[in-house]
Structures are given as C-alpha cells and as structure tokens.
Design a protein around this ligand. Sequence first.
Ligand code: C5P
Length: 399
Amino acid sequence: MSRAYAGKNIVVGVTGSIAAFKVAGWVSTLAKAEAQVSVVMTSAAQKFVTPLTFSSLSGTQTHTGMFDNESDEWMAHINLGREADLVIIAPASAETIARLAHGMSSDLLSTTVLATRAPIYICPAMNTRMFEHPATRENIAKLAGYGYQVIEPGVGMMACKEEGQGRLPEWEDVDEIFQRALTVHDLAGKKILVTAGPTREPIDPARFLSNRSSGKMGFSLAKAAFRRGAEVTLVAGPANLSTPVGVQRVNVQTAREMHDAVMKYADAADIVIKSAAVADYRAKSVYGEKVKKEKIGESLELERNPDILLELGKRKKKGQLLIGFAAESTRLEEEGKRKLEAKNLDMIAVNNINSDSTGFEVDSNQLLLITHESSEKLPFASKDRTADLLLNKVLELMQ
Ligand code: C5P
C-alpha cells in the first residue's frame, strides 16, 4: 500500500449520480491507506447511497448539510476546505459541475470548494448526451480555467444502457493521479530516462535469447519519478506490466533497438537510469523461418551487443547524471565499484540475485547504492519504496 495518502486530509464530494456506489470503494481504499477522509454528500447523492455507508467506510461522520448539526458541523464549510490536502469530487454530476462553474455556494460541497486552496479533482460521471451538451462542456472548460483538474470520464456501457463517454474511471486509473497531487514535486522540471525489462534476441520466429528480468524495478522508478514531478520516458523491453500513468513508454525488443531508443532520448535527459537487463549477446544468424534443430547443431554462434551504458558514459553531458544497475551474485561491492568507474557512472545500484526475495521477478528488493563518495545498503523493501529511496539519493547527487 502506498504511503502517499497516510495522514493526509482528503475531502471526497459525492454527488447525485449512480456511480456514487463506486466511490464507496475509493473511500474504503483511502481510509485503509490511512488518509483522513471527510465525505461530503449532496442531497441528490443520498438518494443513491446512504451517508451511513460512507461513515462506516471512512470512519468519520459523513457531512450532508451546512445547517443540520449545530455543534460538529458548525463552520464545516470553512474547516473542511481549510484543512484539506486534496479535494476529490466523484462522481461529479452535471448539476454540481454547473454550480461550481458559477461559483455558487448553495450547499456544503460547493461552499467547501470555494473555501479551499487545496488541489481539486473533478471526476464527471453522467449520461453521454448530458456530458456532451454544450452547457456541460462550457462549464467543464470553466472549471479547468479556475485551475481545477478535470479527469475525463471513460467510454463504455452506461447504467442507462447507452454506450458512450460518461463512465466514472476505475480506481486504478485515478489512484496514481491523486498520489501525485499529494506528493512533493522535488523532481519538477527534470527529464528522466529510465530503461527497464529484459531484451529479447531472436534466433528464429519461435525462439529467442533473454533473461529473467521482469521490468518491475524500472517501472517502479518511472512511476515514482513521475509522481515526484519529473517528465519521464521509459524505454522498456518485453515486460508484462501496464504503463505507469503519465509516463511516455517506448517499447523495444532487442538490445540494438534499446540502444537506438536510448540514444534518441538521452541527450535531452537530465538523469538516465539504466535498470534494464540488456542481453550481452545476440545470435549471429537470425532465421526468417523456424529453423530445424539439426541445422543449428550443438552450438549457437553469438556476437556482442552494444554496451549502451558504456556509450552513454562516454558521451555524458555536463550536469547529466548517469545511474547504472548491476545484477551480481558474488563480490557485490567490488563489482559495483569496478563498473561505476569503467562506465563513467555517477551511481550504480547493485542487486543481489542470489536471494529469492530480491532481484529478478519479485516485488521486493535490497539495493547496494555505490557512488564515488559512498556505499550504502538500502533497507529490504518493496520495489516501489526502493525506487523512492534511490531517487532520494539521486536528489542528493544533484545538489
Ligand atoms: O556490465 P553489466 O552488464 O553488468 O552492466 C549492467 C548495466 O549496464 C545495467 O545498467 C545495464 O542496463 C547496462 N548495460 C547496457 N548495455 C549492455 C549491457 C548492460 O546498457 N549491453
């Protein structure tokens, strides 16, 4: 579970749309991630889901009106907005969007929105024709103009049995957006190039040479860097992982394709993190048809792939940071130091691939980070957490 939500005050405004029931799941997830969730419901929202549902899931009483409780709710419209770190309006009905676009303060939710300085995320969900109506479009454009973030609804079958745009996004689609809104953008303005996954070197249409890299470490790095405000390009070998939100992904297969993609983006990058496990060799002959085993015989002739990182080290720009990875099973520190020098790197992250719980395929890792000044063993942690710890070290190097 991500730590981005822990201790954060999040106001969730629920309005009158059938998608309100889905947001009960969002509130439950946020509360489990230790956020302080305050749910504000409009009166129409209460026709779809009861306030008690949200109170039970958030662990605090749901707010339903400006004037209905003299003690607890007194000044709620100011307090909720003032204390919020993030305001999410989901589902946002056409009615609420219209009210917000006109700066109205006729209910607790619209008043809270006016009274906050926290980032506001609006998730419209409604019938397609309502969503496409020029009045709704104009109101949404106005909200964007006020600096509110509008998350476009998804396309698909609606509750009204019509196909089209207007569906509330799934939690997986908005989770990363909300986490980014709550994270300090200490990498803002930085262009980061990350490589991830294995490469695949074909022998014929059915066979290839590759390795056990899953790409998880590199994908975690790309995700964390975007969350921290960086502009991220991810050059990925074949990896069965979904593209992190906000990250530009370039898919490659072979080491030579990875070489070309990396060289294309490297010059513009402030930081290059080469976590891909690039195959050192490729088959000398690649067959267009599936080759008979007798034809290959007992041995396969190989040739060396380009060492991408070595080349990057040679052409490193002033001020650019170059971070390599090394998968080692013995003499971790010695090997790391040797590669740091040989490839002209600023830092190398050494993976111990002898353990079942670190390195290839698994979700956890324990890296040894070696720079020219220091050598530091990170704690055993998830790859997501490890990515943040590595980026902390990158920030230190930048200073
Ligand atoms: O020398 P070794 O292959 O162990 O170094 C690993 C580092 O070098 C990794 O960062 C990997 O992405 C990079 N590398 C590369 N091109 C290769 C082989 C490795 O960029 N052909």
